[in-house]
Design a protein around this ligand. Structure first.
Ligand SMILES: [Ca+2]
Ligand SMILES: [Ca+2]
Ligand SMILES: [Ca+2]
Length: 214
């Protein structure tokens, strides 16, 4: 993905490191997930909540061109009262603008907001909120599911960890699907899934891109 843009690499690595650090800290708090099946059971609710997120996206896409540019993102952060430096906003923007079309599309916006949720939660404790309770509950589910899967708490879900979670569930057929999904998630094929890869997979699975209502 976008390996032709080497200049963005350093900021991306920095953000990646921050993401892993935040995830490790969050992991130390433990997880509510009891099994792989509890993760699966949350899917319909996640789907519903992400679809509702479209209105939020449209609100911040001021010129309605279907993408959020850096200026729109800055305003978005102001409105959500998220205190990020310009550099951090740019890093997030670059990390989530996966197709490199100079704008954050709807699915990328979800990933971006969830990363904001993770960082914010980490920085200020549980009091800080973005003022979007439904979405934040969904983001919490993502984080929690990831923490559940990441057994050794290194900030990545390895293929073995995924297999372990599936084996514990004892559901062979959904296990086979889950393993296939894992391979889809692991874009760079390095045998482990980062939180960002995990999030992008979710936003694709819920099929929010199919729903073009404009
Ligand atoms: Ca726009
Ligand atoms: Ca791991
Ligand atoms: Ca990977």
């Amino acid at each position: 993905m976008g390996s032709e843009k080497e200049n963005d690499r350093s900021s991306e690595t920095k953000l990646e490191a921050k993401m892993i650090e935040a995830m490790k800290q969050r992991a130390s708090a433990g997880t509510q997930m009891k099994s792989f099946n509890t993760v699966i059971l949350k899917f319909p609710k996640i789907d519903e909540s992400l679809r509702k997120c479209k209105a939020v996206f449209q609100q911040f896409d001021e010129d309605s061109n279907g993408a959020i540019d850096q200026e729109e993102l800055r305003k978005c952060f102001q409105q959500l009262q998220v205190c990020f430096s310009d550099e951090e906003i740019t890093d997030l923007f670059n990390a989530c603008d996966i197709n490199r079309h100079m704008g954050i599309k709807f699915n990328e916006f979800i990933v971006l907001l969830c990363l904001v949720y993770l960082f914010k939660d980490n920085a200020n404790g549980h009091e800080s909120r973005m003022g979007m309770p439904n979405l934040e509950a969904t983001f919490e589910t993502f984080v929690d599911a990831f923490v559940f899967l990441d057994k050794n708490k290194d900030g990545f879900v390895s293929k073995n960890e995924m297999a372990q979670a599936i084996n514990e569930s004892g559901d062979r057929s959904s296990g086979k699907i889950a393993m296939k999904r894992f391979e889809e998630m692991d874009w760079d094929n390095n045998g482990s899934v980062s939180f960002k890869e995990f999030l992008f997979a979710f936003t694709n699975w819920v099929g929010i891109d199919d729903e073009d209502d404009d």
